[in-house]
Design a protein. Structure first.
Length: 377
């Protein structure tokens, strides 16, 4: 922890108490970095390993899930700036074999970025025991275990999403969140850059932003100090099971990155200050529209790889949330770049269903809402 200020909204004791409340509500471990201008607070509460009691630490690495999408979107915008990609060009121009025919002519690169392509998510088909979401009846964790060491090819996952009933017409007024879009963007990056998508994102986004603890995993393990990742799957896994060792090929350019809370805060500061993509690209990223969340629980105000929310007092924040099996991350930065909150938890899908299969509120939800309110000041 640094800076012992006691100003409202940036009181280290209150921030620590907010983390403690999340832990006591049921999350094994949580860690965070909160920033206000030059003032920085880092804290943690709970354990990284339930069996050993090893404490969680604010410097730990984390699988950050769909926060990856902002990185992928930024890499695509860099290619747009260099004239290799047109935002309003049909995706079939670049990937005719992956998206052939009429859909390839109708769906543009922009529609992939803002989730208005109408292409459905492949997740229920790659993980068939999860079919039926967001209703929780009939679900099973079997696919999570079956796929732990399975290596997917992006093309087979994309094919699953394209074969599924469309989530809407291309360019419709309300988008449907879909990881298939961001796997297609990964293939687009490979096609136009001549290197793997992971290398392209590393070269054009991660390294220029000065991120030293952010990378795509090379195998099934997270390198460096990290928490175990406990998945509850809406009470179907009891007690929650560790999924920190996992082949992430099922979602790489959509949700595969590993990072730290400090690196994510730095990334969004650099991005919103125009030092990752240029100002015109940033303006495009911040043009938002309604997108239905993957689990159907809410509608996101979504741009090109960025979500917009209003914090306390109407202050606008930009960033992204992310989840993978057992890990959740939220990173938000005020529009002026001054106020930031990034936190990571090592338990996911804690909400158990009622008789109708609808997830019910949990004490963790209230504790996280209080953390948001305090940290975003």
């Amino acid at each position: 922890m640094t800076n012992p200020t006691r100003e409202p909204g940036f009181d280290p004791d209150r921030l620590q108490s907010a983390l403690d409340a999340v832990h006591h509500a049921g999350v094994p471990g949580i860690h965070a970095e909160i920033r206000d201008g030059d003032r920085v607070w880092r804290g943690a509460s709970g354990v990284a390993d339930l069996a050993t009691g090893r404490p969680v630490d604010p410097g730990m690495r984390q699988r950050v899930g769909s926060v990856t999408k902002t990185f992928t979107a930024a890499a695509v915008l860099r290619q747009v700036e260099e004239g290799r990609v047109g935002l309003d060009e049909p995706v079939g121009t670049y990937l005719p074999e992956l998206v052939p025919g009429e859909r390839g002519r109708q769906i543009t690169v922009r529609m992939l970025l803002d989730h208005t392509s109408g292409i459905s998510d492949y997740l229920p088909y790659a993980f068939p025991s999860l079919q039926g979401l967001p209703v929780l009846k009939g679900l099973s964790p079997a696919s999570l275990d079956d796929n732990r060491f399975r290596e997917f090819r992006p093309a087979e996952l994309i094919e699953m999403g394209l074969a599924a009933p469309p989530g809407g017409a291309p360019g419709g007024p309300v988008g449907t969140y879909s990881n298939t879009n961001y796997l297609l963007l990964g293939q687009l990056l490979e096609q136009v850059s001549g290197v793997t998508a992971e290398k392209c994102i590393t070269r054009d986004v991660i390294e220029p932003a000065g991120l030293h603890h952010t990378s795509f995993p090379a195998g099934t393990h997270v390198e460096g100090a990290h928490s175990l990742m406990y998945e509850a799957l809406y009470g179907l896994i009891e007690p929650p099971r560790d999924y920190s060792v996992y082949d992430m090929s099922w979602v790489m350019t959509g949700a595969g990155l590993v990072s730290t809370v400090a690196d994510l805060n730095r990334f969004y500061r650099e991005l919103l200050d125009g030092r990752v993509v240029d100002r015109s690209s940033l303006a495009r990223m911040r043009r938002t529209g309604p997108v239905r969340a993957l689990d159907g629980s809410k509608t996101l105000d979504y741009g090109l790889g960025l979500t917009r929310i209003e914090g306390p007092g109407g202050r606008v924040y930009w960033g992204h949330e992310g989840t993978v099996w057992g890990a959740g991350t939220t990173s938000l930065t005020s529009a002026d770049g001054r106020r930031q909150m990034t936190f990571a938890v090592n338990l996911m899908r804690w909400n158990k269903p009622d008789a109708s299969g609808k997830p019910q509120p949990h004490a963790i939800d209230g504790a996280l809402a209080a953390l948001h309110q305090l940290a975003l000041g």
